[in-house]
Design a protein around this ligand. Structure first.
Ligand SMILES: *[C@@H]1O[C@H](CO)[C@@H](O)[C@H](O)[C@H]1NC(C)=O
Length: 493
């Protein structure tokens, strides 16, 4: 139905006038006027509404202006319904709705493929989009023949979900899936495989060698385990697999020379010439620093296992032995361990005397320098007292505390102490006695001797005095007072 406004003017109304005009009329839902409305709506004017496109009219479409008032709108406009679109065998019709503007989508059940249009819209005159489609059972054409392979079963056409199995000829490897099925889109899925030649090259690793596993020719999935020759370490995976692309996976390893770590020995220095990297068989020679001594082997060799052989030495401080001097004591304060430059001072015990140097220093060679002293027993000399005899039993050497007892020979008398003891200082104590001639004889001899001297002296003095011998003049002056004194001494002796 065309959209039209029909505005009828009553010639009668115009003639009689006077009556009131109407305002612009208001219609119901989904309706309108066709043309521009006139400026005025005089009495008796008729206005016709029309439904919008897609809407069905019901009731009278016209209203009339009577004395300034429009008659009620009787027209109603309802959305057009397209109703059912029909049926599709092995398909489903999915309605958004069945009224004007609604959409309809047709789908085929699984295993069926659609032929025709699947989308429809409800228009003013029914469903737009043509005839409903047809759902035909899925069928697949035979897959393409394989190069260097085949499949089974072989048919002209395959039903939905039917499966074919592929095989490659001998010496060919399948790249892809061996099974493929007729899928809902009418094609075999997954795509057919290919038959390829897989051949991996000999795994060539410098300083490496075959250890175990497959032997050539290396086909798909061949696996080899490699190893490095002695003195080399593997970097990478030991076991390799031949892959579809004729390459080894995860990738050939490398063999790197074994290196020993830079060795470090405390308190030692390496001899010149040895520097990292330390390959197998390289050597390092150590020297302990001054004051340290080595335990172990000086020269080390880098072994095939990356370890130093025979094993690093150690440098321990040089120590002097705890020195022992017989009959001597160490002064307080010096205790082991005795490192280089430490000192020990000895004192001989009582009754012993030292030969050598008291204070000793521990030398770099671990020896005491200048050399340990000795402590010899203190000895007293063989004592000799004139005109005396030693009592039997006492004989040299005379150690400290040994005694000697003297007896004067007949006719002599002892002055002092008979028994002498060898003292710590090597001297006899309390001091050797003397033996003098007995008193009687002694007086006579003394007197005679005294008189002789006296007479001699007097004669000399007189001679000098009276004769005036020049040689005596000095004597005279000096010795004059001596005469009486000397006389007195001699008489008393
Ligand atoms: C195997 O097939 C895949 C997929 O078609 C392809 O990308 C690949 O290159 C093939 N491999 C070889 C070794 O041919």
């Amino acid at each position: 139905m065309d959209v039209t406004y029909v505005l009828l003017l009553s010639s009668l109304g115009l003639a009689q006038v006077i009556a009131q005009d109407c305002r612009v009329p208001v219609g119901g839902n989904n309706m309108g006027f066709k043309d521009d409305l006139p400026q005025t709506f005089p009495n008796g004017t008729k206005v016709i509404f029309e439904c919008n496109v897609g809407y069905m009219p019901a009731g009278s479409p016209s209203i009339t202006c009577t004395n300034g008032t429009w008659s009620p709108v009787k027209l109603t406009c309802e959305r057009k319904s397209c109703g059912s679109a029909g049926e599709v065998e092995n398909g489903d019709l999915n309605y958004e709705g069945t009224e004007f503007g609604d959409k309809l989508v047709v789908t085929c059940k699984t295993g069926y493929i659609m032929v025709g249009n699947s989308q429809f819209t409800c228009g003013k005159d029914g469903w737009l989009g043509g005839r409903l489609p047809v759902c035909e059972a899925v069928a697949c054409d035979a897959p393409p023949m394989l190069t260097n392979g085949d499949f089974s079963p072989v048919r002209d056409s395959y039903n939905y979900l039917e499966v074919v199995q592929y095989k490659c000829q001998k010496d060919y490897t399948m790249n892809g899936s061996s099974l493929s099925s007729c899928s809902k889109d009418g094609k075999f899925q997954p795509a057919p495989p290919t038959c390829i030649v897989v051949q991996c090259k000999d795994p060539d690793v410098t300083n490496g060698e075959w250890m175990s596993g497959s032997r050539p020719p290396y086909k798909y999935k061949s696996a080899v385990t490699l190893q490095c020759i002695p003195g080399y370490n593997m970097n990478g995976a030991q076991t390799q697999r031949c892959e579809l692309n004729s390459q080894w996976a995860p990738g050939l390893p490398t063999c790197e020379p074994v290196l020993c770590e830079d060795p470090d020995v405390k308190n030692a220095a390496k001899e010149e010439g040895s520097k990292p990297p330390y390959k197998v068989k390289s050597t390092v020679t150590f020297s302990c620093v001054s004051g340290y001594t080595m335990t172990g082997t000086r020269t080390q060799t880098c072994g095939l296992n990356g370890q130093w052989a025979p094993g690093l030495p150690t440098c321990a401080p040089v120590l002097c032995e705890d020195p022992d001097v017989k009959n001597a004591a160490k002064e307080e304060g010096s205790k082991p361990p005795y490192k280089v430059k430490s000192t020990v001072t000895f004192s001989c015990v009582s009754g012993y005397t030292m030969t050598g140097t008291r204070t000793q220093t521990c030398g770099l060679n671990g020896q005491w320098a200048p050399g340990l002293p000795t402590c010899e027993p203190v000895l007293c000399e063989d004592p000799d007292v004139k005109n005396a005899a030693k009592e039997e039993g006492s004989k040299p050497p005379y150690k400290v505390k040994s005694t000697v007892t003297f007896s004067c020979v007949s006719g002599y008398t002892m002055t002092g102490t008979r028994t002498q003891t060898c003292g710590l200082n090597g001297q006899w104590a309390p001091g050797l006695p003397t033996c003098a001639q007995n008193k009687g004889n002694g007086m006579a001899i003394g007197l005679g001797l005294g008189l002789t001297v006296l007479i001699g002296s007097v004669l000399t003095v007189l001679g000098c005095y009276f004769c005036g011998v020049p040689a005596c003049i000095k004597e005279k002056k000096r010795k004059r007072p001596v005469g009486p004194a000397l006389l007195a001494v001699k008489i008393s002796g």
